[in-house]
Design a protein around this ligand. Sequence first.
Ligand code: PEP
Ligand code: MN
Length: 343
Amino acid sequence: MVIELVKEVQATQTRHILSVLEKEGLTGYLTNAKAIVVPVKEDSDKLRTMLKKVPGVSDVIPIHSRYPLVSREYHPENTVVSVNGHLVGASQPTIMAGPCSVETQESIIDIARGVKKAGGHVLRGGAFKPRSSPYSFQGHGAEGLKMLAEARAETGLPVISEVMSPDTVELVAAYVDILQVGARSMQNYPLLKAVGQSQKPVLLKRGLSATIEEWLLAAEYILGQGNTNVILCERGIRTFENATRNTMDLNAVPVVQKLTHLPVLVDPSHGVGTSEFVPALARAGIAAGAAGVLVEVHSNPAEAWSDGAQTINLTEFQNMAEDISLIYEALAQKYHSAKLVHA
Ligand code: PEP
Ligand code: MN
């Protein structure tokens, strides 16, 4: 159940509503989005009618989902996330692209120019890198963020970079336009709360072995702190299959879109793990209804400091970007409205 509060709700009124709930044996969780979430399996008309009369309450909505704020039950319309004016989840597929890690100032500017030329909308690049081995390149940290910001100044492309810990959210948010929460951090609950308190859009990757419900519950943590600008990203899950690095779960695209109003992108680079197959998986993701792609691109993938094997070059990227637009437009034409396919 979601109790929506009046615009000018007083703290005393909120406390009173929580105590009324307590008397009913219920616990309410106050979100910053001016609502109280009450996780209940069942509620009654009588309870809702009583709660509606409590001062400070504007409406009581019977949502029984485990992730009420993220659920389409509560918010039937698609959420469109604005990234410096570029709309994610609107009428064109969003293309986020760039190297796995920010390497040098020259290379990130070079790649950013290529991404822009091919029609990319957002430049990606890791500065704080979650590497499996402590002996692998860990990213340039704050210096990498500065290089990324410089590439934004050169090209005008908004930038996305990963944030790994709650205490660096402020630092990363000062340089980027979208905070990326990586697959390994999907269940870092203090981090989810911290990015939820930020005003920046958040791209939340699916955990390596996370179910769709766990992923949406992770998003609920972010929305619960008042940040509704969340973009989901399917990046492949661990399965028994070892011919590819991961298995990009295309099922997740339509399933998640049925369950939530948040836009979902696919990351075919981590999804399949081999550059040769990346364009096919990008096309498949768009055909399945994804709102866009996040893809690893480098001017010389063989020399990339991380994830070179799954990184495509700028020519391959240009081709991929063209194909994505063709597929998106063909489907939009057939169904007269992109919303029908991508909703
Ligand atoms: C990345 O985008 O470079 C990355 C580390 O992704 P993931 O969290 O999906 O492994
Ligand atoms: Mn990577």
